[in-house]
Design a protein around this ligand. Structure first.
Ligand code: FES
Length: 101
């Protein structure tokens, strides 16, 4: 398990997301009401990029077929997605959003 620094907290506004590619991972960093969450960027249903998708509170709705996930847990919220989204444990260190992966 490695700690990976992804971005500065100021890079992602509340209610927004950012795509970050690091260490062979393609990730989406979300700011949900000031709390940061990180998931895989790729939708589990197809080619949708979740960092480019629609966010409402703690739900992200894929811009491809409108399936949705809970950003905090990765659980599927609506079809056609059936497989949960991978999430990563987040820490904030010196204003940097970090994960262990
Ligand atoms: S690719 Fe995301 S819902 Fe189909």
């Amino acid at each position: 398990m490695n700690k990976i620094e992804l971005c500065n907290v100021s890079d992602v506004e509340i209610g927004q997301s950012l795509k970050v590619e690091k260490n062979g991972l393609v990730l989406a960093v979300f700011n949900v009401e000031g709390e940061f969450f990180v998931t895989d960027d790729l939708c589990t249903h197809g080619p949708g990029s979740l960092s480019e998708s629609y966010i409402l509170d703690d739900i992200v709705e894929c811009n491809f077929h409108n399936g949705s996930f809970n950003i905090k847990t990765g659980e599927v919220v609506s079809a056609p997605c059936t497989d949960r989204l991978k999430t990563y444990p987040v820490t904030i260190e010196n204003s940097l959003v970090c994960i262990t992966a």
